[in-house]
Design a protein around this ligand. Structure first.
Ligand code: PAF
Length: 299
């Protein structure tokens, strides 16, 4: 496995392969790789000739009050996972190389970034959109994979890749979960044993919402009430949002007509957790834009 550390060498490597007709798959990450990343890497490995994983803790998507400096960076473990999964290149640029003195361009996707994570973390998605645009221009992938766990991020990346004609296809893979339903996240390591024990309530509350919809209820106020009741069994959990939204625009729905995404964010002590579930009304058209069912071609 090759480790590439500069944007210039990354571009040279990709251009060389593209000239030879080799297809490049790409999994962008911030490291601290877990089985969710592994599932993205495996899916990419099956579909592409060459596979690049970027490991870059992107400073522009963290607010000054957030966990940038203490974000986990277990680089030796990350390399071992990448080697096990047959990754060809780990791309690990420095912050200085990505944002040199004088850097000033920002990419924004205003409507999709307005609510939910965008409201809770005001500069987050501009940071994500900017770094993804830069990474795509260096790696030039034919296929890039993102996890459904960060649903809003995946929606925004899909929009951005389309809008800016960045090329390639975006594939969104289902969330990988612990046995008790907790979505895998690099931030789960911050949970104390007590917080870890109650963390699956977020998933349980989304499941309660899904069951209510699948049982035929379409009134969003009632669905949200049931989701809240599930989570409020545990008074130490602070709910930031639990919402029933249109799965494409992410705007709140007044009633569920055919399909919806249930989005949730909670705080457990100092740790923020997010999760989501896509649901359809009985008889409704499948809304899943995830996994093999929908490979969103952007070119
Ligand atoms: O999901 C992540 O790990 C990051 O937001 C991404 C897409 C790698 C951009 O820094």
């Amino acid at each position: 496995m090759k480790i590439i550390r500069t944007p210039r060498s990354m571009t040279v490597w990709s251009e060389g392969l593209r000239r030879e007709g080799v297809t490049i798959g790409f999994v962008p990450t911030m490291g601290a790789l877990h089985d969710g990343h592994r599932s993205l890497i495996r899916a990419a490995r099956l579909q592409c000739d060459a596979l690049v994983v970027s490991i870059f803790v992107n400073p522009t998507q963290f607010a000054p009050t957030e966990d940038l400096t203490k974000y986990p960076r277990p680089i030796a473990k990350d390399h071992a996972l990448c080697r096990e999964e047959g990754v060809d290149v780990c791309f690990e640029p420095t912050a200085q190389a990505m944002y040199p003195e004088g850097f000033q361009t920002t990419v924004t996707v205003p409507a999709l970034a307005r609510r939910w994570e965008g409201a809770a973390r005001p500069h987050h998605f501009a940071g994500v959109a900017t770094v993804v645009t830069k990474l795509f221009s260096m790696v030039q992938p034919q296929l890039a994979l993102f996890g459904q766990k960060d649903y809003q991020q995946a929606a925004l990346v899909r929009q951005l890749v389309n809008d800016l004609n960045l090329g390639g296809a975006i594939l969104v893979r289902p969330t990988v979960r612990e046995r008790d339903g907790l979505a895998l996240s690099s931030r789960n390591v911050y949970l104390s044993p007590d917080e870890r024990r109650i963390a699956p309530l977020l998933f349980q509350s989304l499941q309660a919402g899904r069951q209510t919809i699948e049982g035929g209820k379409s009134d969003v106020a009632a669905i949200e009430r049931i989701m809240r009741q599930t989570i409020e069994q545990e008074p130490t959990i602070h709910v930031e949002y639990l919402a029933v939204c249109d799965p494409d625009s992410l705007e709140p729905l007044p009633v569920v007509a055919a399909r919806a995404v249930l989005l949730g964010a909670i705080r457990l002590g100092p740790v923020r957790l997010i999760d989501n579930l896509v649901v359809k009304m009985p008889g409704g058209k499948s809304g899943l834009r995830v996994d093999r069912e929908v490979k969103v071609l952007t070119d």
